[in-house]
Design a protein around this ligand. Structure first.
Ligand SMILES: C[S@@+](CC[C@H](N)C(=O)[O-])C[C@H]1O[C@@H](n2cnc3c(N)ncnc32)[C@H](O)[C@@H]1O
Length: 234
């Protein structure tokens, strides 16, 4: 399958302008063109609004969602849409991030890193698009309530930086700190200004403090990374 033959549809969301929708479609197409080089023949990319009605001409065997916390207003509704569009015996999987950041030894408590996570969660609540633990801690229950069976929840961790002794965890932390610090202003600005009424300058200060906290190896923080999957009964 070549990228040119991909079927693309994007239904505009009511709170998005036509220009924004076209821009998003363009960005998605460019990303798919990059990704589509090595896709297997039974996989195709469709750009669609997951919060809208799911109208497809086939049932799916596997539906996967990664890092969608903060994007979706009503996860139980999304899970019901997935259930209805799975073939009997088909699987649904969520991978997401927890927030606020945690630690086993309490070194995160009272830090800017903890405060930043709490503020983002509060902003998500006020905007009606929950994120962090408000979403990821509920996937298992929501899936069971929707009728999924054999629901399993696995817990992974992304350390806030290279503080762990374990070589694999150290490596993950090294990647994670670059990723989070790089995106920190982008993750925070809209949420804090639009939902909590902060000024840009106030966000800048929090971002600077949080960056320092994320790089601080005395804070043994980690992002909980849950993976939850379950099966639609036959
Ligand atoms: C944090 S990104 C995760 C992207 C990707 N799943 C990953 O793990 O790399 C969230 C994505 O959700 C998309 N998104 C937001 N609202 C959506 C919706 N209602 N339907 C489909 N996608 C949506 C955004 O455009 C963005 O690409």
């Amino acid at each position: 399958m070549t990228a040119q033959k991909l079927c693309l549809t994007l239904r505009p969301r009511s709170d998005r302008s036509q220009t924004e929708t076209e821009l998003l479609a363009d960005i998605c197409l460019k990303r798919i063109n990059t990704l589509a080089v090595n896709v297997p023949p039974n996989l195709k990319f469709i750009i669609d609004d997951a919060e809208d009605l799911w109208i497809y001409d086939q049932k799916f065997d596997f539906i996967h969602s990664r890092m969608m916390a903060g994007s979706i207003a009503d996860f139980p509704k999304l899970i019901t849409s997935a259930y209805e569009n799975l073939a009997p015996g088909g699987w649904l999987e969520f991978q997401d991030y927890g927030l606020p950041v945690k630690s086993a030894d309490g070194t995160h408590i009272g830090t800017s890193v903890e405060q930043w996570g709490e503020l983002l969660c509060e902003a998500g609540r006020r905007l009606g698009r929950p994120l962090g633990d408000d979403v990821s801690a509920n996937y298992k229950r929501w899936m069971e309530e929707a009728g999924f069976v054999d629901v399993e929840e696995l817990h992974f961790m992304w350390p806030t930086n290279s503080w762990p002794k374990d070589p694999l965890m150290k490596e993950i932390g090294r990647w994670n700190v670059v990723n989070v610090v790089d995106g920190l202003e982008g993750f925070s600005l809209a949420l804090l200004t639009r939902a909590l009424g902060w000024r840009k300058e106030e966000v800048d200060v929090l971002v600077a403090k949080t960056t320092a906290g994320l790089r601080d190896k005395r804070i043994h923080g980690y992002f909980p990374i849950p993976v939850v999957y379950g099966r639609k009964p036959f």
